[in-house]
Design a protein around this ligand. Structure first.
Ligand code: NAD
Length: 274
């Protein structure tokens, strides 16, 4: 097995470039899914308070004897808790049965609530207290990133955003690069909508890989952190089998051409109001 790539965050901590996302995994199934992923070699697990599977995720982690420092566990602050971040953080930690988190993210900015800057200040404090190694955000736009940086002087280590070949967010990614923010791709497989794309199928044939593997490899080659989700053991293993090839430059360019203005699948962070 080739080594999994990592990235160094702007606070000096190291993040695996590949992991498992567990959105929509029922709590009752999460332990089994997470433990299978860890056995396969996954080291990063991405959950969130709103996924309601932090307890199952924690059980899956506990079932494995992998040293805690080899794992990278992320969870997220839900929108209703922007003004209660320390309490929400502790609740997540208790459900996960962990002593610390590797990464805590503000899940959505929810600008109409106008509390994300307050939440960011609380996360910065949690990091200063050593209760979380790194802090970041999710679904933040350039405007929202600028505001929290201006108000605290602290640049998020990560912005986790919707990103897949049909929705590449190049302007936001360029802002991240300029400011030392790691881009983490959510719905990296377009929630399963990319598998019949003829260009991707052609690339899959060329490399002797599946479309899922080619797309995951593209995220890695672009320098993103990628967190595909599956509950099926065979797909969990398939998605991990991406460390023995690289895409040629012209193929990365071909995938760049699949970007579309209308490619967004999830909510628009500026207008999402849940
Ligand atoms: P995804 O793009 O990872 O697609 C997952 C779906 O693709 C699966 O349900 C399965 O149907 C299919 N799939 C996976 N591997 C496959 C394979 N090898 N072959 C065929 N089909 C396969 O979608 P996602 O779950 O939306 O995103 C991944 C993770 O990103 C989530 O689990 C979550 O952790 C995170 N996420 C975060 C946010 C956020 O707001 N921060 C939003 C959505 C998702």
């Amino acid at each position: 097995m080739s080594t999994q790539p990592t990235l160094t965050l702007n606070d000096g901590n190291v993040i695996p470039q590949f992991g498992l996302g567990v959105w929509q995994v029922p709590d009752s199934q999460a332990a089994q899914v997470v433990s299978h992923a860890i056995s396969t070699g996954y080291r990063l697990i991405d959950t969130a308070a709103i996924y309601e599977n932090e307890a199952g995720t924690g059980s899956g982690i506990a079932q494995k004897s992998v040293p805690r420092e080899e794992l990278f566990i992320t969870t997220k602050l839900w929108n209703s808790e922007h003004r209660n971040a320390p309490r929400a953080f502790q609740h997540s930690l208790d459900l996960l049965e962990l002593d610390y988190l590797d990464l805590y993210l503000i899940h959505w900015p929810k600008p109409r609530q106008n509390a994300y800057a307050e939440a960011w200040k609380a996360l910065v404090k949690l990091k200063a207290e050593g209760r979380v190694k790194s802090v970041g955000v999710s679904n933040f736009t350039v405007t929202q990133l600028k505001r929290i940086i201006d108000e605290t002087g602290v640049v998020p280590s990560v912005n986790q955003i919707e990103l897949h070949p049909r929705f590449q967010q190049n302007e936001l990614v360029a802002f991240h690069a300029e400011h030392g923010i790691v881009t983490q791709s959510w719905s990296p497989l377009g929630q399963g909508t990319l598998f019949d794309d003829p260009d991707l199928q052609q690339l899959a044939n060329k490399y002797g890989k599946t479309v899922a593997q080619v797309v995951i490899r593209w995220h890695l080659d672009r320098g993103f952190v990628v967190i595909p989700k599956s509950v099926k053991p065979a797909r969990i293993e398939e998605n991990f089998d991406v460390f023995d090839f690289d895409l040629d430059k012209e193929d990365i360019a071909k995938i760049a051409s699949l970007d579309s203005r209308d490619g967004r699948i999830g909510p628009d962070p500026d207008t999402a109001n849940f």
